[in-house]
Design a binder for this molecule. Sequence first.
Ligand code: AMP
Length: 586
Amino acid sequence: MEPIVGIDLGTTNSEIAFIIDEHPEVITDNDDGIFPSCVGIGNDGKIIVGKEAKNQAIVAPDRTVLSIKRLMGTNQQITMANKNYTPQEISAIILKALKERAEKKLGKPIRKAVITVPAYFTDAQRKATREAGEIAGLNVVRIINEPTAAALAYEGLHKETQKILIYDLGGGTFDVSIVKIEDGVVEVLSSTGDNHLGGDDFDQKILDRLITYIEGELGVTVRDNPYVISRLRRTSEEAKKLLSSAPFATLEEDHIGKKKGKDVHLSYEMSRIDFENLIEDELSRTMESVTKALNDASLLPSAIDKIILVGGSTRIPKISEMLKEKIGQLPHSEIDPDLCVAIGASIQAGREMGVHTSSVLIDITPYTFGTSAIGEVNGVPVLDMFVSLINRNTKLPAKKSEVFATIFDNQKMTEVTVFQGENPHAYDNILIGKYQFDLTKAPAGSKIIIDFELDVNGILKVLAIEKHTGRRIQATIENAFSNEGAEFIDDARKRINGLWQSSFEEDEIDDASDDEVDGAGIENELPKDISELIQRAESMMDSVSPEDKDEIVNLIEDIVDAVNAGNMDEAKQHKQKLEDLLFYIE
Ligand code: AMP
């Protein structure tokens, strides 16, 4: 049987899981299973992924990409080591690394996957995710929503009839879903959220606070220095995590700049209450979504039997407090918030393979899909009135047909513009695409039936049928985003495969790496002995104690800062310290 894996492609971390002996298992690489969603180009021009890339982010922000999920479904190009990539290509590199991890463990090639996306991901973001899979050599047999995957993982352990609320706050996205579990049926009743809200925003809030403090109180300008900002961002994230278990955190960074020729160091104390105040607006917005999800499901808070938390950011204690206040109970803590999405994806993958068929999944669309027409909004005539076709919270797959009539004799073409959203003005919603249909010659008033089909992946297909000929017409999509076509996928696959082979396949390394090093054009090039030492240190980071890891990171930062400042004597001193530390650790 062809294996199908389940993949949680997260903003911060990603995981891959598979059904082994009928049980979902997260595939690890002698680690905790957590795989940072980070991609980088190393000093030698080769791709690095996961922890290795995350470790390099501080010293080489220009060669490292974090949180790519936030850009999925956009046309933005990402520059990494002076070369441009699409978000799909960067995500494909993460998927390729996960695929290899699973292939090593299972001992067979993996060509198919179920990939999860936030419930609130748009059509364009879903298509981009599928494209990333294809670039990575994976046929994405199904896209499922992250909270739905978490519900599948929970249902695997608790079959009793109940209604659960899933609150999913990760690094970059927020979703809330209400799910009914009954007689082996997992049915999503409502789903809502925010595509741009998550732990990254909380880090940014702390970072903004630090920048204001450093520039105002310490008198050093740091905002234009990507190396310092990268270090401060990492410190902000660490402090945020610490504040989930401690009432205070001290943010410390040495050598953040110079004032009157003297080194300036940062030491800033933040309390949990300060942090909670900083993110109050964001947390309130998530609670408004909880209210909306309850209303959409026509449920009172008291009808919820369990609250399930998903995503790393739900460790912030304030979230449990706010949910307790709103729903009247504390969240359930049995399910691992980091791994349950991948586990649920693998359960769905098992179902696609026909081995794990105990429960049925019914999902919904959190968005309304519609088109535009001439009409009235609040009594005012407008040209772009939004006419809904498939309403949010409709079960998937969903289909709706509309009849249109041609206006002119022998009309050659008709066009339907489709939007996703709720705003009464069509163009204030998200434009999905302009679907164009070439018509057969016919008198004015000929009927055209347009079918809107939203598939189980939440992706829209639009088809027209000429009533007088019975001809089915495929749409040509004039679309700014997504649906990139086979050529784009093929080219991207070749490009990423080439980069991958030159990075990981021995016999091609010599030729390719030279090109890549040239192409990488690393700014502030580090001397060879220093870059080798840093690589050695980075490769040891995962096996040393947290204190040693901090010390290594600090020394690497000191070395890079000194090199960037052109102060080679100082760089040498720090290099010596790092050599001594590595010697002592080894
Ligand atoms: P995910 O996308 O689910 O992997 O969630 C990652 C996000 O969770 C990142 O923004 C992390 O900084 C955040 N996170 C992880 N652990 C904690 C913690 N203990 N407290 C607060 N946020 C956390």
